[in-house]
Design a protein around this ligand. Sequence first.
Ligand code: GRG
Length: 300
Amino acid sequence: MDRFLRQLKLDAASLEARLEEVLSLAKIKGEIYRPGQLLNSMRHGALNGGKRLRPFLVMQAGALFDANQHNLLQIATALECVHCYSLVHDDLPAMDNDDLRRGKPTVHKAFNEAMAILAGDGLLTFAFDLLSNEQAHDNAKVRITLISKLAKAAGLGGMVGGQVLDLYPESDKPGMNEITRMQAMKTGALIKFACEAGGICGGASRDELSALTSYGEAIGQAFQLADDILDVTATQSQLGKTTAKDKDQGKQTQTSILGLDAAKKMADELVTKACDSLAPFGNRADLLIQAAHFTVERTR
Ligand code: GRG
């Protein structure tokens, strides 16, 4: 786990340096002007800590194929912008209404609601600018594949759709299957994209990509289970956000249906499944195996 934590830190530092670079006041070709207040609210939403697990997954899935590091970082930065936008919007009063994110005031608290909506919009659209740039890959076909996959993971049939099913379930008392599907969309889709994107960038074969897809799906589910478990067991200062929200809102989760012990067991089984998917890569996948364990062993 030590090697994993060191690499997570290294990849997070590269990601943050790239975010600093691209989220600066200097406009880029094709833009008219970058308003400072919008930039500051986007920076508040994106450069405020965070585990940076999705960027790590892009970088390390790509490393299995010796993919170009600069390309991987550009793709990871685009993905993190989408993830951060989702957190900024999720924290809004109209959604989860949270004052605290990553131990700091949420964007609408530090600025205001309109700026938080616009900062999220800015981060989401910027992600696709980053991904369509040659720095993401010199082959335009690969860039289009990545853009299409990220749009699907983030949108109607992915994260946004999952958020809607979470806020407005289609039945009065959603059962295990509905909750599992909602979470695969809301949380799982971006995590799966992270794993696939590294492989796509590195020219993975169909079988290799399918191994990464299975791995991504399993850790996505395990990650969400761990999130629900932490919501019940962790403190607010540990997580840097409000806890016990699901219970307070009377929300059904996999954990509330299964009970804490069965949920922990299921999370462990998913980690085993994730690790088994990586068998074709042998010990080159050690870091990704440790990452799978981290998704359930994390304390924040
Ligand atoms: C607003 C379209 C829209 C979607 C919001 C991401 C999301 C969907 C909601 C966040 C609510 C939540 C707690 C989801 C559970 C899993 C999750 C995405 C946790 C946050 O991700 P981490 O733990 O966060 O990777 P850091 O801060 O480390 O980046």
